[in-house]
Design a protein. Structure first.
Length: 96
């Protein structure tokens, strides 16, 4: 079963211009029925199996290879303190 985080990532990547929200009532576990697909979407909401297949075959490897924000912030801080140049991803984590 695909998790809420995996679902968010997959839908946002696969359908970047389609609006949706996920509303999980307090005390409940995520279920596919909690996805609210915007009525104006020209693309129908995929089934849970379709999303899981997309996750496993297309988006999981990319997700696993993305650096997490905490790592980027720590790297940016260390480089700033050492006077080194930041990568664009590191610079994007800085809030002024």
């Amino acid at each position: 079963m695909i998790t809420q985080e995996q679902t968010l990532y997959t839908l946002a990547k696969e359908y970047p211009n389609c609006g949706f929200t996920i509303v999980v009532p307090q005390g409940e576990e995520f279920a596919w029925s909690h996805i609210l697909w915007t009525e104006a979407n020209p693309t129908p909401c995929p089934t849970e199996q379709e999303a899981e297949d997309l996750w496993n075959n297309k988006w999981k490897a990319e997700f696993d290879n993305e650096p997490n924000q905490a790592d980027l912030k720590a790297s940016a801080k260390a480089k700033l303190m050492a006077g080194e140049a930041l990568t664009q991803e590191e610079a994007d984590t800085i809030v002024l």
